[in-house]
Unconditional design. Structure first.
Length: 695
C-alpha cells in the first residue's frame, strides 16, 4: 500500500508514507525537523565523503577512504563471546585480490545479501593482522543507482539512531518530487549570474556527480539564500513604514541641560548617535535603529539621553537586557543619572523581584494587577525578557531599547504592543561589530549608528599571549596588581572539567587558584547554572572589592562594568572567537588604571596562535570581526545564525562579501519592480517574515 502512495507523493506528503519508513523512524525524523517530503528535499548535507574513485583491492592504502567493487565469497554472522557483540564477516573478491569486511551489531546485513552478490563497498581502510579490512563500511548492490557508495557521498547532520543510510534513502525518495519545486529567479538574473537551474542544484547538493557540479550547486543555492535574506530585510522595512509611532518632540532645552550635567563630555560619535535617534523618533514612522559600538564606547548614556526625551514627552521607555545582572546595573546607572529629575524608574527582572525607584523590593509573587500598577506608574522600565513574557499591558510606550542583542525588534514589537494601536520606536544596541555589507543584508531593515571613538583618557589594554613557561610569572604579576588594590577576572570555556576532557573549567581553575596559587586571597566563581540570588551576592562582593579574583564562564561577556578590575585572564582562549575575546577584554580598562588581558591556550596549533596574536595587536572590533570571518568562516558568526532571521541560511557563506553585495543589488532591483512580480520570492519572504513574527 505504501508503494502505491509513493507514486502519488507530493511535497506535502509526510515522510511516514515512504516505503520502509515506520513510525519509529518517522519520529526520529521529526526530531531533526523533517516532517514532509519538502523538508527532506531542503535538508542539506553538511559535508561529503569522496568514494567516487573505484580502487582495486590490491591498491588499497591504510587509513584512506576507498570504494571497491567485488563479489561476495563468504558471509557469516557470529557472536563475540566477551563483548556480546554480533559480528558480520564477509570476504569480498575482485580481479586483484580479496578483502575482509566486518560489521558490528548489524546482523540483518546477512539477510539482505547473498554469496555471489556484486557490491560496492565504501569505507576507511584499516590494516589488521590479516591484511587490510574495512570496518562498518557502506555497501550497495551494484545493480542499483548508488547513493551510499562509489560516488561523492553526502553526510547529513543527524541524531543518534538515525543513520546516514536511512537519511540518504529518505532524501533520495523525496527527490522524486523535485519537479514540483518552482524556479524562483527570473531568467535574466539566472543568465547574468551564470547560475544553474534550481532543481539541478538541489539534486546536485545531495548527490553530486562530481566536484564541479557540487560547486555550481552551492553557488546557486547560496545565491538564493542571500537574495531571499536581502529581500526579507527590505520587506520588513516596508512593513515597518506602514506602522505608526508616537512622535517624540525634541525638548532641546531640557536635553541640553541634562547632557551638561553628565559628569563627562560625550564623544562626537555619542553626540551624533543621540542626534540621529532623536531625529528619528521625532517622526510617526517607527524608528528601527541599531546602535553599534565597541565595548566601553558608552552606548548606555546615549540611550539614556533619548529615553529622557521620550519621558519628557510623557511616554514610557523600556530598556531590556539579556541578563538580570546587566538589567540591575542599568537600573543602578539610571538611578544615578536621573537622580535629580522627577522620573520613576522600575527594575523588573521577574515577578518576585521588582524595584521601584530603588526603594521597595517586593519579594512575594506579585499578581498581574499589582505588576500592572507599578508599570503604569513608571517612566523608565528596565528589565530582562521576562518583561515580555508577563502578559501585562504596556500602553504608553514610546521607545524600546534592547541592549546587547544582535537583532530584534520584530517579535518584541509585536508582543509588547499587542494591546495598543501605537507601535513604539525601537533601538537595539550591540557591541558586536559587523562588516558593513553584511550588516546591510542582515540588518537591511535597520538604520545603523556607530560609535567608533572611545571616551577620552581610556588607556589601551595591554594584551599578551602567555606561554605555559610564563604562567607563574603572570601569576606573580597578578598578585602584585591585587596588592595594589586591583581585581582580576578569569574566564574559562567550561563549568566542569568533566564536560570535556582537558578543557579548562571554572571549577578546576577556581580550586587551583584558591587552594594552591593564591591561598590568602578571596576568590569566587560564577557560572550560568548558579541561582540568581547567589550570582548577585558574588557580584556584589566583587563590586565592593572584597573578592579579588572572579573565575567565571562567559556569563560575564556582556556589559558588566567594574572599573576596579584591571586584569582579564582568559583560559582556553583558542576556544573563543576573536569577537568574544575582544568582548571579554572589554570588561577591563574602564578606569584610569592601566589594564591587562592575558591569553592562555593549551593548543599548540600555529593557526590558533596566529589568530590569538591578532588580538594582541589590534583593539579595533571591526577588524577583529573580519579576521573572525576569515579564520572561522561564518559558521556561527555573531550568534546570528540561531535567530529566526537567518533560518534560511544553510549553505551560503556570510563571509562572501562579494556575493552579499550582488544580492543586495538584485534585491533592490526586485523591490523597484515590485516584489509581486516575483511570486516565488514573495512567497518565501512572506513565510520567513511570519516565522520571525512568531519566533
Ligand atoms: P557599552 O557601550 O559597552 O555599553 P557603557 O555604556 O557601559 O559601554 O559605558 C562604559 C563606561 O564608560 C561607563 O562607566 C560610562 O559611564 C562611561 N562613559 C560613557 N561615555 C563616556 C564618555 N564620553 N567619557 C567618559 N566615560 C564615558
Ligand atoms: Mg552596554
Amino acid at each position: 500500500m505504501k508503494q502505491k502512495i509513493l507514486n502519488e507523493m507530493n511535497l506535502e506528503t509526510t515522510l511516514d508514507k515512504i516505503y520502509g519508513v515506520g513510525l519509529k523512524i518517522y519520529k526520529k525524523l521529526q526530531k531533526i525537523g523533517l516532517n514532509t517530503v519538502s523538508d527532506a528535499i531542503f535538508y542539506y548535507p553538511f559535508r561529503y565523503e569522496d568514494f567516487s574513485h573505484l580502487k582495486q583491492i590490491n591498491e588499497l592504502i591504510n587509513e584512506e577512504s576507498a570504494t571497491i567493487r567485488g563479489k561476495i565469497i563468504l558471509l557469516n554472522n557470529k557472536r563475540s563471546p566477551r563483548k556480546k557483540m554480533n559480528i558480520t564477516e564477509m570476504l569480498l573478491e575482485d580481479n586483484s585480490g580479496q578483502i575482509q569486511i566486518v560489521w558490528f551489531n548489524q546482523p540483518y546485513i546477512k539477510n539482505t545479501l547473498q554469496i555471489g552478490d556484486e557490491l560496492f563497498v565504501s569505507g576507511i581502510v584499516k590494516k589488521s593482522l590479516l591484511g587490510f579490512s574495512l570496518i562498518n563500511p557502506n555497501y550497495e548492490k551494484t545493480n542499483r543507482d548508488t547513493s551510499h557508495t562509489a560516488r561523492i557521498i553526502p553526510i547529513y547532520p543527524t541524531t543518534e539512531h538515525l543513520s546516514q543510510k536511512q537519511l540518504r534513502y529518505i532524501i533520495k525518495q523525496s527527490l522524486n518530487c523535485i519537479n514540483e519545486i518552482q524556479e524562483k529567479l527570473p531568467k535574466n538574473i539566472i543568465e547574468k549570474e551564470k547560475l544553474i537551474d534550481l532543481r539541478d542544484a538541489i539534486k546536485q547538493i545531495h548527490f553530486p556527480d562530481n566536484y564541479k557540479k557540487l560547486e555550481e550547486a552551492k553557488k546557486r543555492l547560496s545565491f538564493d539564500e542571500i537574495l531571499i535574506l536581502s529581500c526579507l530585510s527590505k520587506f520588513i522595512k516596508k512593513q515597518n513604514i506602514e506602522l505608526s509611532s508616537p512622535q517624540i518632540n525634541f525638548k532641546e532645552k531640557q536635553i541640553v541641560d541634562f547632557v551638561k550635567k553628565i559628569p563627562f563630555d560625550l564623544t562626537q560619535d555619542q553626540k551624533k548617535a543621540a542626534w540621529q535617534i532623536l531625529k528619528d523618533i521625532n517622526n510617526k514612522i517607527p524608528m528601527n535603529r541599531l546602535l553599534e559600538g565597541d565595548v566601553g564606547s558608552g552606548k548606555t548614556i546615549v540611550s539614556f539621553v533619548c529615553a529622557y526625551n521620550v519621558i519628557l514627552n510623557k511616554y514610557q521607555t523600556i530598556l531590556m537586557s539579556p541578563t538580570q545582572i546587566l538589567a540591575k546595573q542599568h537600573f543602578e546607572n539610571a538611578t544615578k543619572f536621573f537622580k535629580d529629575y522627577n522620573i520613576n524608574i522600575l527594575l523588573f527582572t521577574n515577578s518576585d523581584r521588582l524595584l521601584f525607584n530603588g526603594k521597595k523590593e517586593i519579594a512575594n509573587k506579585l499578581t498581574k494587577n499589582e505588576i500592572s500598577k507599578f508599570i503604569k506608574k513608571s517612566n523608565f522600565i528596565i528589565g530582562t525578557h521576562s518583561l515580555i513574557q508577563q502578559k501585562v499591558g504596556f500602553e504608553n510606550i514610546g521607545l524600546i531599547i534592547i541592549d546587547e542583542q544582535h537583532r530584534f525588534g520584530v517579535r518584541q514589537r509585536q508582543e509588547l504592543t499587542k494591546k495598543s494601536d501605537i507601535s513604539p520606536h525601537f533601538l537595539s544596541m550591540t557591541a558586536t561589530p559587523i562588516p558593513r555589507s553584511l550588516a546591510l543584508t542582515i540588518y537591511g531593515d535597520l538604520d545603523i549608528s556607530r560609535i567608533l571613538q572611545k571616551p577620552v583618557g581610556r588607556k589601551k589594554i595591554i594584551t599578551k599571549f602567555v606561554s605555559q613557561q610564563n604562567r607563574s610569572k603572570a601569576y606573580e604579576f597578578i598578585y602584585n596588581q591585587i596588592q595594589n588594590g586591583r581585581q582580576v577576572f578569569v574566564v574559562c570555556p567550561l563549568i566542569n572539567e568533566s564536560d570535556k576532557l582537558g578543557v579548562k573549567s571554572v571549577m578546576s581553575e577556581y580550586e587551583k587558584l584558591n587552594n594552591d596559587i593564591f591561598p590568602n586571597l578571596k576568590i569566587e566563581y560564577l557560572h550560568g547554572k548558579m541561582k540568581e540570588t547567589e550570582k548577585q551576592k558574588i557580584l556584589k562582593s566583587f563590586s565592593e572589592s572584597e573578592t579579588k579574583i572572579l573565575v567565571s564562564t562567559s556569563v560575564i561577556e556582556v556589559g558588566i562594568d567594574y572599573p576596579n578590575a584591571t586584569i582579564m585572564m582568559i583560559e582556553g582562549a583558542d576556544r573563543f572567537g576573536l569577537a568574544s575575546l575582544h568582548q571579554f577584554r572589554g570588561r577591563v580598562g574602564r578606569s584610569i588604571y592601566q589594564s591587562f588581558c592575558f591569553l592562555f591556550s593549551d593548543s599548540n596549533s600555529e593557526k590558533s596562535k596566529k589568530r590569538l596574536e591578532i588580538l594582541t595587536k589590534t583593539d579595533d572590533g571591526f577588524k577583529l570581526a573580519e579576521f573572525d570571518l576569515k579564520f572561522r568562516g561564518s559558521g556561527d558568526l555573531y550568534g546570528i545564525k540561531q535567530s529566526g532571521f537567518m533560518s534560511n541560511i544553510k549553505i551560503a557563506d556570510l563571509s562572501d562579501l562579494e556575493l552579499i553585495k550582488k544580492c543586495n543589488t538584485w534585491a533592490q532591483y526586485i523591490f523597484e519592480r515590485g516584489i509581486e512580480k516575483f511570486p516565488e520570492i514573495k512567497k518565501e519572504v512572506e513565510l520567513l517574515s511570519s516565522d520571525i513574527h512568531l519566533e
